[in-house]
Design a binder for this molecule. Structure first.
Ligand code: 13P
Length: 256
């Protein structure tokens, strides 16, 4: 089964609306040669998304947001609905990022509601899972990731899985410069695929892309992306410079 690699930038709270078009255009230019081999996405702060969609027009860059709410509309100050995202022309969304879990009270249950809403709205949803350093040291990696997947994906069907991407982001590797070794990452990716097989059946699990995230850079991307179950990356810091992001995308294009 060959899964098309997907490299997505998660801009986090880093790019202003006035800076957005230039970054998207620079990325499109730097990555045009790889566009047929790699699915390339920029997930931006909600306030940037219209600018990003406009700048990405005519390129193969997909655009998404970093979160979504599960209700269609209503009194949810500060939130954005999937309908609003679709209305901008964006087609991707991230759910369950560890920073949302850590700083904004996100739970497996709320991640499940957001993920379900995103997929039902037709968005491609990158649902994040990952353990903290304490959990890794206590030998709880499979327990934590297994729970995040089972609860986060509750109620979804094999059909829904066509719009699902899982991002494995060990919390201890995010923004720290510490990357999981390719072997460490592959071990967890294989466990994620086994869990997806239990949830959706083996054939469906083989089709779901699993990204690695956490200090992925041009210098370490190739060996991570060479692993059997690593189908892409979710990139923070290195997605903010077109040349770095393109370096990762070139590694993905050249990975088997
Ligand atoms: P860094 O690439 O900056 O470590 O961030 C990873 C991440 O959290 C992407 O969602």
């Amino acid at each position: 089964m060959s899964r098309k690699k997907i490299i997505a930038g998660n801009w986090k709270m880093n790019v202003k609306p006035s800076e957005t078009a230039a970054l998207v255009k620079a990325i499109a230019e730097a990555t045009a040669a790889y566009a047929d081999k790699v699915e390339i996405v920029c997930c931006t702060p909600a306030i940037d998304v219209l600018e990003a969609v406009a700048a990405a027009k005519g390129t193969t860059i997909g655009v998404g947001t970093e979160n979504c709410h599960w209700e269609d509309h209503g009194a949810f100050t500060g939130e954005i609905s999937t309908g609003m995202i679709v209305d901008t022309g964006a087609t991707y969304v991230i759910t369950g990022h560890s920073e949302r879990r850590q700083y904004f009270g996100e739970t497996d249950e709320t991640v499940n509601k957001r993920t379900t809403a995103a997929i039902k709205a037709g968005l491609t949803c990158m649902m994040c899972v990952g353990e903290t350093l304490d959990e890794r040291e206590a030998d709880l990696v499979n327990e934590v990731i297994g729970r995040q997947l089972k609860v986060g994906l509750k109620g979804l069907t094999a059909n829904d899985a066509a719009k699902l991407v899982i991002a494995y982001e060990p919390v201890w590797a995010i923004g720290t410069g510490k990357t999981a070794t390719p072997a460490q990452a592959q071990q967890v990716h294989a466990f994620i695929r086994e869990t997806l097989a239990k949830l959706f059946g083996e054939a469906t699990a083989e089709t779901i892309r699993i990204q690695y995230g956490g200090s992925m850079k041009p210098g370490n991307a190739a060996e991570l992306l060479a692993q059997k179950d690593i189908d892409g990356g979710l990139i923070g810091g290195a997605a903010l410079k077109a040349a770095d992001f393109a370096g990762i995308i070139s590694a993905a294009a050249n990975a088997k």
